[in-house]
Design a protein around this ligand. Structure first.
Ligand SMILES: CC(C)(COP(=O)(O)OP(=O)(O)OC[C@H]1O[C@@H](n2cnc3c(N)ncnc32)[C@H](O)[C@@H]1OP(=O)(O)O)[C@@H](O)C(=O)NCCC(=O)NCCS
Length: 160
């Protein structure tokens, strides 16, 4: 489900339009349509769409400029996927999206938001600016298509 209602096929399409362009193929981080649709059938998984103006949610006739996918369990929530289309980056949309995710989590009583990311991902700068801190490292966890190993960082944000 989304923050504002049940999942529709249109919304999965809009997530996928961003997904296929947002993630660099060498890291294998993007999900396919089936993985997204299946995850949204499970309880506790929700998504957020943002348009080019920074609106969350977006109106039915708008394309998404970015999306976030989260999964909650009790009072904790994992940020599974978080992306803005390449042509809309560095305009504050990622920050707006994260602000919405955190505010919605807080409103639902979530106490801890966590995620896992590649050590060299510039998204980490955004997370740090929101108060996320690194709580663990998995050495060589990610393997690129060319065979390189990259550490995974576990990060958390405690919400009060
Ligand atoms: C991470 C991502 C969602 C950021 O989206 P965005 O809309 O560009 O983010 P914002 O414009 O809100 O950036 C806010 C701040 O974060 C930091 N930041 C974001 N992207 C950055 C980059 N590539 N390099 C350095 N700093 C960056 C900056 O401090 C930026 O502020 P500034 O532009 O005033 O300097 C986007 O780069 C993306 O989709 N990346 C590919 C998918 C991905 O890796 N997702 C994260 C998985 S863990």
């Amino acid at each position: 489900m989304s923050e504002f209602g049940p999942t529709t096929d249109d919304d999965v399409d809009r997530i996928m339009e961003v997904m296929v362009r947002a993630f660099a193929p060498e890291y294998g981080e993007a999900w396919n349509r089936r993985q997204v649709a299946d995850s949204l059938i499970l309880g506790g998984t929700r998504y957020y769409l943002i348009d080019t103006e920074g609106n969350v949610p977006i109106s039915a006739d708008q394309a998404a400029a970015g999306f976030a996918l989260t999964r909650g369990l009790f009072d904790e929530e994992e940020l599974l996927l978080f992306a803005v289309a390449p042509e809309h980056r560095r305009k504050g949309l990622g920050a707006s999206l994260l602000t919405n995710v955190i505010a919605d989590a807080k409103a639902r009583g979530i106490r801890r938001l966590f995620l896992e990311m590649r050590k060299d991902n510039p998204a980490g700068l955004l997370y740090i600016s929101y108060g996320f801190r690194t709580i663990g490292v998995r050495p060589g966890y990610y393997r690129t298509t060319s065979g390189d190993r990259i550490d995974a960082l576990s990060q958390e944000l405690l919400i009060d």
